[in-house]
Design a protein around this ligand. Sequence first.
Ligand SMILES: C[S@@+](CC[C@H](N)C(=O)[O-])C[C@H]1O[C@@H](n2cnc3c(N)ncnc32)[C@H](O)[C@@H]1O
Length: 503
Amino acid sequence: MKQSTDPLLRMSSQGDDVAEQSSNTVAAPTSSSSTETDPTSGTTVTIGATVPTGFEHTAAEEVKEKIGVDAQISKDRGRIYFPITTDKLSQVHLLRSVDNLFVVVAEYDHYQFKESKEETLSELQELASKLPWTNALEVWRLNRTLKKKKGHRKVGNTTKAKSNTEASDVAAAAEVVQHELPEETSAADGDAKAERTPDSETCQQDLDENAPGAKLIKFRVTCNRAGDKHSFSSNEAARDFGGAVQEFFQWKADMTKFDIEVLLNIHNEEVVIGIALTEESLHRRNISHFGPTTLRSTLCYGMLRLCKPQASDIILDPMCGTGAIPLEGAIEFSESFYIAGDNNDMAVNRTVNNICHIQKRRADKGSPSGLPIDTVQWDLSNLPIRTSSVDIIITDMPFGKRMGSRKKNWDLYPSCLREMARVCRPDSGKAVLLTQDKKCFAKAISRMGGLWRKLHTVWVNVGGLHAGVYLLKRTTAVFGQTPEDVHESRGRGDSQMKERDDN
Ligand SMILES: C[S@@+](CC[C@H](N)C(=O)[O-])C[C@H]1O[C@@H](n2cnc3c(N)ncnc32)[C@H](O)[C@@H]1O
């Protein structure tokens, strides 16, 4: 890495030196983000990405396909790691299956935490000054330049309200703490809490210049901790590690308007320290009109990849809600045609608005605005669609919690599966269905008279709920030839079954 005159980088180089000397005092890193430098393609660093839990392999597959490197899947579900040379950084932001990105400063597979809380916390404090920060900070800086080039006005970070689906990645046992450190109060602090103004943009530019009076860098530490054998809380780890980072770099702590977010991820004995490269999750890309159960675009992408859309496939989302799945499909797998339907007029309106919003965004950018998607209001139990005419059905069914009810699912699921089997092409047709009502789904499938065969299940976390994404294949069985295909009688039977189960 070239020598920098940036005070930030000079300081971090000191950190590198100490890290080498001190490798015996802390658990030895199994790998580091800063390994090699190729003069043509830049430094090799490790990128970490959070992905929808359950779709780690899909994300690794996408990384291989688009960046050409092998990703390592973390023990900590919902994360992958892969090496890149810095010239590939912009490509990383084009990945569709990743939520948040960070560059790894250091990772420890088997960090030996001390017995007592005090010793552990003091070791975490020492660690801050021993880490190889240089390359990660250089990537952070490059990332910021890329964003500016892309015309991002937002150069600092703000803490955003989480959408109703965003909690999905946080496992019940995990703690996530963003720690604000004690700081001196000044007039500038007051400004920082207000909306970013043109003035603050100018201040931000000062960061790029190595002027002695350059604006102080603001940071926060976010600790994600999972595991029951730790003697400390995430709050304590973030506070003590953050305090040491502050002292080492002389940065200023700011919880809401920060330039740098340092991540301290602790999962049992795995410790990864990183610097965030995304200000908000990349799943927030398509939807402007949210509904009560809008699915993250990254999860939609994972579901779409599962069914491998081919050119000219007709793909149906018969319970589309806000249209998150078919919209992601129309953008990313645009050689297929999507039909988005729902029985709720508000849902249909939201889908139409979401499609229009994307089309307008495209037109404003001067790109072709048309999308291969249409919207219909319908009842899935009675689709206005010819038998055996659809290639893929992909949908997120009501779980019966926030949407619909468990009781209604006992009638809804069998009638949906039956109607889907009618319109789906025998032999080649597929369905990818997401539900958390696993028992009801399993019973409904078992009574489909062999119209569907279950190929694969991906277990995912949706809004903190353990749900299944089922990949089904339409068998060669002809629809309408089994007693199970008779809608009315089965529907009643299933309701009675549910009542018996409840009793
Ligand atoms: C879990 S939500 C789908 C959310 C959607 N994936 C999104 O991202 O917004 C299920 C949807 O199924 C719709 N629905 C329920 N019963 C239906 C039926 N019989 N026919 C069509 N749609 C139905 C509901 O109106 C709801 O919008």
